[in-house]
Design a protein around this ligand. Structure first.
Ligand SMILES: Nc1nc2c(ncn2[C@@H]2O[C@H](COP(=O)(O)OP(=O)(O)O)[C@@H](O)[C@H]2O)c(=O)[nH]1
Ligand SMILES: [Mg+2]
Length: 684
């Protein structure tokens, strides 16, 4: 298949809260377009886009999935995005490479936390948006209620383009008020050609056609004039104005149907083709100076059949299999060997991908999520995916000793596929820390590591990276002297230590006068001090925020050595430290929690018991965002508590803010615990 022109492409990310039927809808769209011969289901694990073992087991999407369908001579690239916040990094990748976001809402639940979160992101990116109210066959589903919520909570410019005929189990079809026609449900078979609107729907259809026109003409002056003069508006010109308005993000069409019965997909495909802009219309083909071809890798994944696969979007030019592209990050040249059309896990080889298209390539060596590939190395901005910061951390240790390197390599590999998964060694505590978006996120990663790389890992709560510092100035003298036969040892120094403003850093000031310690030995004192500072006396934590002045000392012409001065420096520091009013510092995190209004009291109460300082609350559309500062030690296992306090409807994010002194009563406990640990370790 030759490349599609940029005007004939539609790139759409299917997004929304978990469990609203996104994967089922993608399945139905592929089925309706004739890409697959049967309608797969979540229950049977037979959908195109949830193909991974983990996805079958959990019955939910975990990785984004790339599919495509041809409709009205256009290629529609559909990216199925997981709705669970654990995997929101996938949504960030997908939203970066599309011209449209298709929001799927449950007709029962309406607008949910995940809908609102993703809506905000799409808004930041200036993405055209379309809504599909799904599950209208379920009990208590109500299209008009969901539409009202969308208008109230997402945007007042949400406007219905499709209407349900009947409701719940008596839903029989939908009306398309853009084309003024209907589709009657063939119950699971492919939807056929449009039919006239049933009489009982005529009034409602006319009412909503007018609402749609009111909304659309407002965005187009010429059309507005015609409309006000009472002229009949043609379907073509209305559709044209609608697409303009969608492109500019001033109108959001709302469609509806039932994914699992393939109801509403014919009209939805029409809407995607006619209402969502192509890369050409959106102006999203780039022109990087000096380069002919540019492709952005938005997802790397390890495919069980084809090995490593990279999904890319062609930013400009044409990507062909014989091409060698250079990775702007690594400067490595990569041959684009096997280009693939991806249909979930199935792929067939492709000849080329044109500008604006989305494709896959197998067997690149070092390319990973977020990389830019160019036909020649020229300066170019690499698109930012804008991954969220991981919020949960665990210490990981291999189940069998000696597997440390293998585990680290496997987890690092997974982190290349999904940058919201991060493996870092904490130099302070010596632990390997695996961070992710949630406990489930980390657990899924470990299952994959086990299956794919055969490594077995245990999780523990991480140690809090405490620091120590001083609050007062103090002075100490130390002399290290040994004279037992042969050459002796002699080092002697006096230091003054004092706090540095802000508890950060370390300074060593040489104030020796008259050469009482020879120049050559002074750096050894510095070295000795720094060694002593690596493990403070309170909790064995590194010491920070100290200025050390070397003020006096003496030496011996024969016995003095660097070693002796280093030891003297360490001894002096330890003594001075004990007298300088040492205190413990702990990391403070900035926390943002979004919860349903009715849970605010309970969540705030819980935060107070965690020594949190509340900063503010922002209510919006039934949900409140609480901002607070909380010590890291109090929030290590927050996810479980939040889930139980909010019935699973809460969401949070946090990042490191600064270090602060640990309150006295808490510090005593931490210090006592460290002492106990040291004793047990010592006893072994
Ligand atoms: N009754 C009904 N169930 C649906 C519909 N769409 C999806 N489901 C079911 O809802 C559950 C979640 O669907 P899924 O496609 O995995 O949702 P996703 O998390 O948004 O991808 C599955 O059990 C589906 O079979 C629908 O339109 N009607
Ligand atoms: Mg899904």
């Amino acid at each position: 298949m030759p490349a599609f022109e940029p005007g004939k492409l539609r790139n759409v990310a299917v997004v929304g809260h978990r469990g609203t039927g996104k994967t089922s809808l993608v399945e139905a769209l592929l089925y309706q377009a004739g890409e697959v011969n049967r309608l797969g289901t979540i229950e049977a694990g037979s959908t195109v886009s949830d193909w991974d073992d983990d996805e079958h087991k959990r019955r939910m999407s975990i990785s984004l999935s790339l599919t495509h369908a041809e409709w009205q001579g256009r290629k529609v690239n559909l990216i199925d995005v997981p709705g669970d916040p654990s995997f929101q990094g996938e949504g960030r990748c997908a939203l970066r490479v599309v011209e449209g976001a298709l929001f799927v809402l449950s007709g029962v639940m309406g607008v949910e936390v995940g809908t609102a979160r993703t809506w905000k992101r799409a808004e930041e990116l200036g993405l055209p948006r379309v809504i599909f109210v799904n599950m209208l066959d379920r009990e208590r589903a109500d299209f008009f209620r969901a539409l009202g919520q969308a208008q109230e909570q997402l945007s007042e410019r949400c406007v219905a383009v499709h209407l349900p005929i009947g409701a719940e189990h008596e839903l029989t079809g939908i009306v398309d008020v853009l084309h003024m026609c209907a589709y009657m449900s063939p119950e699971g078979a492919r939807e056929g050609d449009p039919v006239p609107i049933p009489d009982e729907m005529a009034g409602l259809a006319q009412e909503y056609r007018e609402k749609l026109l009111d909304e659309v003409v407002q965005t187009d002056e010429a059309l507005m004039e015609k409309y006000l003069e009472g002229e009949e508006l043609g379907f073509e010109e209305v559709a044209h104005a609608l697409k303009d308005a969608v492109t500019r993000g001033v109108v959001f069409p709302v469609a509806c149907g039932v994914a699992t019965k393939n109801l509403g997909t014919h009209a939805l495909l029409d809407l995607i083709v006619e209402g969502v802009p192509s890369p050409a219309k959106m102006g999203s083909i780039t022109h990087i100076d000096g380069a002919e071809t540019a492709a952005f890798v938005f997802k790397t994944l390890a495919d069980p059949f084809a090995g490593r696969i990279n999904f890319f979007r062609v930013l400009q030019g044409v990507v062909r299999p014989d091409q060698t592209l250079v990775d702007a990050r690594t400067h490595a040249k990569e041959r684009m060997g096997s280009l693939l059309f991806q249909q979930g896990k199935e792929h067939i080889s492709a000849q080329e991908f044109g500008p604006g298209d989305i494709g896959a390539v197998a067997k690149l060596k070092e390319v990973q999520t977020g990389d830019l590939l160019l036909d020649r190395e020229v300066p170019a901005d690499v698109p930012e995916i804008g991954f969220p910061e991981p919020v949960m951390s665990f210490a990981v240790t291999p189940r069998s000793k000696g597997d440390e390197d293998k585990v680290a390599a496997a987890l690092r590999r997974l982190g290349e596929e999904d940058p919201t998964l991060r493996l870092q060694r904490n130099p302070q505590t010596g632990e390997e820390i695996l961070s992710g978006m949630s406990q489930m996120h980390v657990e899924v990663a470990l299952e994959r590591a086990k299956r794919r790389f055969g490594v077995d890992v245990e999780l523990h709560p991480p140690r809090v990276p405490y620091l120590e510092t001083i609050r007062a100035e103090s002075r100490a003298h130390a002399r290290y002297k040994k004279q037992t036969g042969g050459r002796g040892q002699f080092g002697d120094c006096t230091i003054v230590i004092e706090p540095i403003e802000g508890n950060v850093g370390y300074e060593f000031v040489d104030q020796i006068v008259g050469g009482v310690i020879p120049q050559g030995f002074r750096p050894a004192v510095d070295k000795g001090v720094q060694e002593a500072m690596a493990h403070g006396e309170l909790a064995g934590a590194p010491i920070q925020g100290v200025r050390v002045r070397l003020v006096d000392g003496s030496y011996h012409t024969v016995d003095s050595s660097e070693m002796a001065f280093k030891i003297a420096g360490s001894m002096a520091f330890k003594e001075a430290y004990a007298k300088a009013n040492p205190v413990l510092l702990e990391p403070i995190m900035e926390l943002e929690v979004t919860v349903p209004d009715e849970a605010v009291g309970a969540v705030n109460g819980d935060l107070n018991s965690r020594r949190a300082r509340l900063h503010g609350m922002e209510p919006a559309a039934g949900m409140t965002t609480i901002k607070a500062e909380v010590p890291m030690s109090e929030i290590l296992t927050y996810a479980q508590s939040l889930t139980s306090l909010t019935g699973g409807r809460g969401d949070y994010s946090m990042h490191f803010l600064r270090y602060e002194e640990v309150p006295q009563h808490v510090a005593q406990r931490v210090i006592a615990e460290t002492q106990r640990e040291r004793e047990t370790v010592g006893a072994h």
